[in-house]
Design a protein around this ligand. Structure first.
Ligand SMILES: NC(=O)NCCC[C@H](N)C(=O)O
Length: 406
């Protein structure tokens, strides 16, 4: 039986996957910031302190915290062949063109004694100066003023996006950006080889598909309803493929995929940047969501083999959610009614909370207006420090991937 189990956004969280930021953040420089999807450079030591505080909130609430690098290490240590295969694939996807350099990097990684250190090296990126006796070989070695042989993956601490646990299976993302594409390699090895987490896993989407989908767009509203954002990052064709797989290929319990078409821009990057559930009957939303989104219900077609039925929904957001969750729903605007506070706090992920148990959430401390509103509505709010981590433009939900909820 699969050890993964996520049938809701809000029921008691048992196990969560995080990634403690590492050397990859020290490899951010202003020149490459935009293509690496950062707005500023977090100070690594402080970012780690903040992240450790985040992990401690989970632990204090009785949640088991797993770390990405540990799971990858445990997967690769199953067999030396798996480790070699991982390094080869990593090199292939890092776009190293010179055959000699491929061999140099293979040896460089194989020579790192601990598998975990090797995995963390692949995450932080390998600089030309890191490799002993680096010699310029290719034209781009000579011409390009580029410090890396393999690029850093600074967005790894947003464990929400490269894969997503849905029910007892996984959607392994096909990422939108070049910089985040290699992140899904770690998920591929965990769900193929990890001694615990590869068992009986159903793969609802995989990284080799063409259409892109990212975990931040996927919300498991119940054991029968998924919400998926049609965003800058997630293409409608990917949602249809996912729907076909969960309805037909794997015959899961899911009956409806609610597709929310949202603006294709960075402030709305994923559905969970503008919309998260905080309790059975409460959702946090960005003020502009209602004005700009359009919803569609995707279900099985009554006729035709493996066909889908897509129906536009004209109702307001609270009505749609009430209908599919069978209860009256309250929408809480991030930043309240004040447009400036709403825009500011949403930019700092005020609408992006992770639920520990119904009505108990982790939030960024800096979003004080939204946090006060949540408290006034009886939501228990754990405030985490957030000066550095927020510079990557993701909040507590983006930084966590539940593996198991009650
Ligand atoms: N689910 C999320 O919204 N994740 C935040 C990802 C932030 C990251 N810098 C990115 O642009 O992909």
């Amino acid at each position: 039986m699969s050890l993964l189990n996520v049938q809701s956004e809000i029921t008691e969280l048992k196990k969560v996957l995080l990634h403690r930021p590492g050397g990859e953040l020290e490899n951010l420089t202003p020149k490459w910031l935009k293509s690496l999807l950062f707005d500023d450079i977090p100070w690594l030591d402080k970012a780690r302190e903040e992240h450790d505080a985040f992990a401690q909130i989970f632990r204090d609430a009785g949640v088991e915290v797993l770390y990405l690098a540990d799971l990858v290490q445990e997967s690769l240590d199953q067999d030396p062949k798996i480790k070699e295969q991982f390094i080869e694939q990593f090199i292939k996807e890092a776009n190293i063109t010179s055959e000699t350099m491929k061999k140099v990097i293979f040896k460089y990684l194989m020579d790192i004694e601990s598998t975990k250190d090797m995995v963390e090296t692949t995450m932080s990126g390998i600089r030309k100066v890191d490799v002993p006796n680096f010699v310029k070989r290719t034209l781009s070695d000579y011409i390009r003023d580029y410090p890396f042989i393999t690029d850093p993956m600074p967005n790894l601490y947003f464990t929400r996006d490269p894969f997503s646990v849905i029910g007892q299976g996984v959607s392994l993302s096909k990422m939108y950006s070049i910089t985040r594409s290699r992140e899904t390699l770690y998920g591929e090895y965990i769900f193929k080889y990890h001694p615990l987490y590869s068992k009986d896993i159903e793969l609802y989407y995989d990284r080799t598909q063409n259409a892109t989908i990212e975990g931040g767009d996927i919300l498991v509203l119940s054991d029968t309803v998924l919400a998926v954002g049609v965003s800058q990052r997630t293409h409608p064709a990917a949602i249809e493929r996912l729907a076909k797989n969960i309805f037909y290929q794997y015959k899961t319990n899911f009956k409806t995929v609610l597709a929310f078409d949202i603006p294709k821009k960075r402030a709305f990057m994923h559905l969970d940047t503008v919309f998260t559930q905080v309790d059975f009957d409460k959702f946090l939303v960005h003020n502009d969501l209602e004005k700009t989104m359009k919803a569609y219900a995707v279900t099985k077609a009554t006729q035709g083999d493996h066909k889908l039925k897509v129906v536009p929904i004209e109702d307001k957001l609270d009505k749609i959610l009430s209908k599919y969750l069978n209860k009256k729903i309250t929408l809480i605007p991030c930043g309240g009614d004040d447009q400036v506070a709403g825009d500011r706090e949403q930019w700092n992920d005020g609408a992006n909370t992770i639920v520990i148990r119904p009505g108990e959430v982790i939030v960024y401390e800096r979003n004080h207006i939204t946090n006060d509103i949540l408290e006034s509505l009886g939501v228990k709010v754990h405030k985490m420090p957030s000066s550095e981590l927020s510079r990557g433009r993701g909040g507590p939900r983006c930084m966590s991937m539940p593996f198991n909820r009650e």
